[in-house]
Write a new protein. Structure first.
Length: 135
């Protein structure tokens, strides 16, 4: 994570919104979309939130990696119950999944506005995420 931030020349500040382009968004509507992208794990999520990030987005089906990657890691570790590790990190942050067109955005230097639909009693819901490009 630190290497990628260094590559794009961005130093995280509290309340930055981080969008992760795994290129899975290019597969939306295709049969392989659910297995596309690498996702983010517990450690990456802790890295971001420890630096004050409160909102993260990704173009993949979920914030954590695709289920088959999670299953392989659980099997290799001999721990069948380690699924959705980033979701279960018990952190106060918001994650937005299934974003599209992230490849059209510059690496840094734009504003993100999120307009969620509140669902009473729900733990998730749809949002309209909008990138506002600076001139």
């Amino acid at each position: 994570m630190a290497d990628e931030l260094h590559r794009i020349g961005h130093e995280l500040k509290p309340f930055d919104i981080v969008l992760v382009n795994t290129r899975a968004g290019s597969r939306i509507g295709q049969d392989d979309y659910l297995s596309a992208g690498i996702g983010m794990g517990r450690e990456a999520t802790l890295y971001l939130t420890s630096r004050g990030v409160k909102v993260c987005g990704i173009d993949a089906w979920g914030w954590d990696g695709p289920l088959h990657f999670q299953a392989e890691a659980a099997r290799a570790a001999g721990r069948p119950g380690i699924f959705w590790a980033a979701h279960q990190a018990d952190l106060e942050y918001c994650q937005i999944e299934r974003l599209c067109n992230l490849g059209e955005l510059p690496p840094t230097g734009f504003t993100v506005a999120c307009f969620p639909l509140r669902i009473v009693g729900g733990s998730a819901g749809p949002t309209r995420a909008v990138a506002i490009l600076d001139d």
